[in-house]
Design a protein around this ligand. Sequence first.
Ligand code: ADP
Length: 486
Amino acid sequence: MKILFVASEVTPFAKTGGLADVASALPKTLRTLGHDVRIMMPFYSVVERGGMAVRKGRKSASVMVDGVEKKGFLRQAALGEIPVYLIENKEYFSRDELYGTPGGDYPDNAQRFSFFCRCVLELLKKMDFRPDIIHCHDWQTALIPHYLKHERKNDPFFARTGIIFTIHNLAYQGLFPREELSTMGLSKECFTIDWLEFYGKINLLKAGILAADIVTTVSENYCREICTPEMGCGLHGVLQTRKDDLVGILNGLDYEEWNPAMDKEIMKNYSHASLSGKMVDKIGLQRLMGLASAPETPVFGMVSRMVAQKGFDLIAELLPEIAKAPMQFVMLGSGEERYVKAFTDIKAAGARNVAFAAGFDHSLAPKIYAGSDMFLMPSFFEPCGLGQLIAMRYGTVPVVRRTGGLADSVFDPRDNDKTPNGFVFEEYGAEALWEAMNRAITAYQDKAFWKKLMRRGMSSDYSWQNSVHKYLDLYRKALLRKGGEA
Ligand code: ADP
């Protein structure tokens, strides 16, 4: 099959979260199965700075934005054997960040990403690459299904192309004032409750959900959750109208990229068969982060965007307890100022067992996954979560809240019907989290039991090998509907 992935971030070119991992690992797995997979993404400054080989192409797209012609130049790179097409426009994408600064989103995001989507469709024609499937991800690419269903519905070039739209996080919807309709090349007729109008605004995620042939999200449990008023972020009704074409598929991990036996970023490699190197990574992490060298003290790690979704209200509340407890805590992340302040305050108050590294750091993250004993994800909601899967791959035992994809992948010793691989708490509260952390600390003293937990995580298969076939089935279904051959 000819499959085009369109995403706003793709590892290793640009990454702010799990989407980038998925938009790289799933295409790679499809390629190993023999499919003609290609990727399109914007050409940001960070790609330029990353030092990856990117060639200038000859083709360009021309898009009218409020009566002004804007050009998107095609550049080309590769991810293994996969062609990666990057769309260059200095005005829109030569910036320090992908979506905005800590002060807020870039004010022209509607323009930036509608321009990107229009360029994708133009350039496919210029390249004469007619995909069987276009697989779009999140609100930044949601206008592709929408344009193909409305403004371009009679375009024969795409008549047999099936469109899959994946929601990685329903909380980010791409909401814009209605005045942006013309900027985005959208007709006024679409501004109704049946299409992209949402409480007087343009809602791009809604447009994608309604226009795609098939909609997926990143775990079975999150798929059920988002159809309820409590977790549906206002779109549960819209999702229910698509329930026959809405599927939850658990994300996988790139097992080549995340592999403690091969990882060049960690101090000592280790594997399921030989765990001893992990202790070297633990002591190395303690030293690197300015913590006491203490092989027997349990180390909790966290690598996360610092936003409310990830449970930082609970962490902030517990930091004074953590500072007094027989444990160490290593945090890497960036995000909201109030959460950053909770960490700097506890350090200023003299906590010696808490270490905090601010920022996004590709080199430190694997050292934390490898050097910690436990990995914390007390999320309020979590569509899939990759952190717990990476942690398990590195023999680090996850302590998580039972929500979204965390509930589909982490099982507690108290869960009678499952083999345990971590610790799980239910209620979103500091007390419940603290209780789970303490159960983990107690279990850690039982070395034989702990090794079992570690090994179980390391030997379970959270690669893409299972989930890729579920996507392929959907691609075939979408293609058949378009009258194509699967
Ligand atoms: P989300 O996509 O909601 O941020 P996921 O758990 O799905 O959460 O994916 C997060 C990904 O981003 C993981 O690969 C994680 O290691 C990485 N990550 C998050 N914060 C940082 C950081 N500060 N530095 C390096 N990697 C990070």
